[in-house]
Design a protein around this ligand. Structure first.
Ligand SMILES: CC(C)(COP(=O)(O)OP(=O)(O)OC[C@H]1O[C@@H](n2cnc3c(N)ncnc32)[C@H](O)[C@@H]1OP(=O)(O)O)[C@@H](O)C(=O)NCCC(=O)NCCS
Length: 180
């Protein structure tokens, strides 16, 4: 059984290990989608995770099976734009040894459920444009390409060490029906 809970500062070391395992290096290649071929270095660090946990607008949602941490996702309240509250989803990661079993989809559903509770009418996220298999995965979950793109922080090692300069983000969005 999968349980969800909000991360506390005492979870940071375990979340960091999970995120690095899923996004970077040889361990990431055990999963069906990752960015180890595009980026080395770190995906995030303890300070960034501390900041997410500390910000009242953000939360880190953990998926656990028993006592084992097997997935995580960040949900941020981006505020109201043109009369609509926007949620933002990031740092989605599932243990590469346990992927393709529905955990990633369940984490996205949980983040959307919590975003609706916050009153969000839309969920946004950014994905590296070259990760077409991942973009298709989000499209199958109701997300759409907005046509907006954002630059990748190529020269900021807090986000990794690029193996190519050809990196940019596409912005995806999904309308959220109101919570009942
Ligand atoms: C993206 C990620 C969170 C998905 O987690 P997951 O637990 O594997 O997700 P699910 O089990 O819910 O979905 C698996 C999907 O992969 C598909 N899949 C499995 N193997 C695949 C393959 N070789 N190629 C393409 N798709 C594949 C399945 O068809 C399924 O999609 P569907 O449910 O639409 O049919 C996970 O792969 C991950 O942590 N990746 C590394 C970190 C990352 O890139 N995060 C996203 C950042 S935006």
């Amino acid at each position: 059984m999968l349980n969800f809970r909000t991360a506390a500062p005492s979870d940071i070391a375990a979340v960091l290990a999970l995120v690095e395992k899923a996004f970077r290096g040889e361990t990431a290649t055990r999963g069906w989608t990752h960015e180890a071929h595009l980026l080395g270095g770190q995906r995030t660090d303890a300070q960034a995770l501390r900041d997410i946990i500390a910000r009242p607008t953000d939360s880190l949602i953990l998926a656990e099976r028993g006592a084992a941490l097997i997935g995580c996702v960040m949900l941020a309240d981006r505020g109201v734009f043109e009369g609509r509250r926007i949620g933002y989803l990031g740092l989605l990661a599932v243990d590469p040894d346990l992927q393709a079993g529905g955990i990633g989809g369940a984490l996205v559903n949980e983040a959307e459920r919590r975003a609706r509770e916050l009153g969000a009418e839309s969920m946004e996220m950014t994905v590296i444009k070259r990760r077409t298999e991942l973009i298709e995965w989000y499209l199958r979950r109701g997300y759409g390409l907005t046509g907006r793109e954002e630059p990748f922080p190529l020269d900021d090692p807090r986000f990794g060490l690029p193996k190519t300069r050809d990196l940019s983000f596409v912005v995806l969005a999904k309308p959220l029906t109101p919570a009942r």
